[in-house]
Ligand binder design. Structure first.
Ligand SMILES: *Cc1c(COP(=O)(O)O)cnc(C)c1O
Ligand SMILES: [Zn+2]
Length: 501
């Protein structure tokens, strides 16, 4: 639809014009810094930063109902810059001109209701939001679209040139970073650091396919992260981990989309996300707070952050009920099928601590909860979901397992509706499904397959058949007929098919 065809009261708002004034703010000393430079931690005290809009209050001049119309009508436009996460431009990156925005198809991922069988099994109505249907098959594309759009803007306005973007990754960050950087050739190149043998073959293939420099490092993610931090401190590189606050800004789109999907009614809603480096839950909380503060939603949804028993530092921190006594202690991670969340010392922990407090205070009661789940439950719930029409990854299974546990504990009520984050596509983690089906998990995972969920291909090679076809060697007439006949009969027997009369 063309601008002139929209209702008069909305026309002037369709192309975003909010004059945002973004600054980095330190979470510890409240120091504020210009966004002219790429900054990751406070130059004064070393703490992580978040980006704030000093003109945020101007957004309140537009009432909530009008915002609903702006976002809903804007969806009908065919302007590439506004088709992805920047549909919410005023809230995500108002300083970035539309011309500099990189859109590769991210955002607006499907929200799919679970069937009756799954809802009964889980004890609650729920939907998966399939963030695996982003271009590099995980939610990380939201943050990369934001970080790379901003870097692109800096390059275009000659504030920086020839950027080498680096990140450490449990797999998906590097896939997303390499994809977006490759689109911005030749000004931007990327290098990614992965823990050796701790990313899946599919994830490894992604940055390689995008042409990034790929380095495999001994150890786990936390070790890679330290190397990247050292590179960022000592060399001229742009850091693309979620330490980079632009990533957080882009990932807030996940909350905005949920609000829009449920017609801005967040009462009795529960949003469930897995936690690794804790960038995602940071963004999700911040997004809902911003929509609440501008009257776009009038209730803050419950948020449940889920961790595996094998990588649970955030969960452990919140086990202590008395905020005064809480003390953050990094954990040594053990192997986890929720491999992209296998992080013992989350970079965004200070952001989480600040925002959980702020979120609960704004809501007037506790609305953020943390759950811990077993490796067994993660796999069982992932596979059960995928047996019922979903495409959840292990982290989607982790989220669902966390929801079920929260429901059992009474944190979530029967009349509520949950939106469960499947953060990546099932295919990225197909190897764990295979280990489950083959019962070949190494001992330390502690997973024994439920026979009812195991599925294996059956080779149809009837023993009494002399000749079978092979590539380049088709069978001749009668041999071919016998082959077709025999194999069909065997399949019919295995499936108990009734013959047609
Ligand atoms: C990165 C990632 C996570 C963890 O998100 P954080 O922002 O690091 O907490 C979970 N699932 C998948 C698939 C991921 O790629
Ligand atoms: Zn500081």
């Amino acid at each position: 639809m063309k601008i002139q065809d929209f209702p008069d009261e909305i026309k002037n708002y369709l192309i975003p014009e909010h004059k945002g004034k973004l600054i980095y703010r330190c979470l510890k000393c409240s120091g504020e810094y210009s966004i002219e430079n790429l900054l990751y931690t406070c130059p004064d005290c070393g703490q992580v930063l978040l980006i704030y809009d000093e003109n945020f209050d101007l957004l309140k001049d537009i009432d909530g109902k009008t915002w609903h119309k702006i976002f809903d009508y804007r969806k009908m436009l065919k302007i590439p810059a506004l088709k992805g996460i920047y549909l919410f431009h005023e809230f995500i990156g108002p300083v970035i001109p539309l011309d500099d925005i990189v859109y590769l198809g991210e955002g607006h991922t499907p929200v799919v209701e679970a069937n009756k069988i799954m809802q009964e099994k889980a004890g609650i109505r729920f939907f998966f939001k399939n963030d695996g249907q982003n271009p590099s098959a995980s939610f990380k594309d939201r943050g990369m679209a934001s970080a790379l759009s901003y870097i692109n803007f800096l390059v275009k306005s000659s504030k920086i040139s020839d950027v080498l973007a680096v990140c450490a990754s449990t797999g998906d960050t590097s896939a997303a970073a390499a994809l977006y950087a490759s689109y911005l050739k030749p000004h931007i190149k990327s290098a990614v650091l992965l823990p050796h043998k701790k990313v899946t073959p599919q994830q490894l293939s992604q940055p390689l396919g995008s042409g990034a420099s790929v380095f495999e490092i001994p150890g786990v993610f936390d070790d890679c992260m330290k190397v990247v931090e050292n590179l960022a401190e000592n060399y001229n590189v742009a850091l693309l981990n979620s330490k980079n606050a632009w990533r957080i800004l882009g990932q807030e789109s996940y909350s905005y989309e949920i609000a829009q999907e449920f017609e801005y009614n967040m009462s009795d809603k529960v949003v469930v996300v897995p936690i690794g480096n804790a960038g995602n839950i940071t963004a999700v909380m911040n997004g809902f707070i911003k929509f609440y503060n501008t009257g776009i939603i009038d209730t803050l949804p419950t948020i449940i952050g889920v961790q595996s028993e094998h990588a649970n530092p955030v969960y452990k921190y919140y086990l202590e009920p008395d905020p005064e006594k809480r003390k953050f202690i990094p954990v040594t991670v053990r192997p986890s099928v929720a491999q992209a969340a296998m992080i013992g010392n989350p970079v965004s922990m200070p952001r989480v601590i600040m925002l959980v407090n702020h979120y609960n205070q704004t809501a007037g009661k506790q609305k953020v909860f943390f759950m811990e789940v077993s490796e067994q439950d993660i796999m069982d719930w992932e596979l059960a979901a995928n047996h019922n029409g979903h495409i959840a990854c292990t982290h989607g299974g982790e989220s669902l397992a966390g929801l079920v546990a929260a429901r059992k504990m009474g944190i979530v009520q029967e009349n509520e509706t949950a939106i469960v984050d499947s953060t990546a596509h099932a295919l990225k983690f197909a190897g764990f499904q295979e280990m489950y089906f083959e019962n070949s998990f190494p001992r330390e995972f502690g997973i024994s397959p439920d026979p009812g969920l195991i599925n294996k291909p059956v080779l149809m090679r009837p023993a009494d058949l002399k000749k079978v076809p092979a590539p380049g060697k088709p069978l001749e007439d009668s041999d071919f007929q016998i082959f077709i006949q025999k194999v069909s009969e065997d399949i019919a027997r295995k499936l108990n098919l009734k013959a047609l009369k």
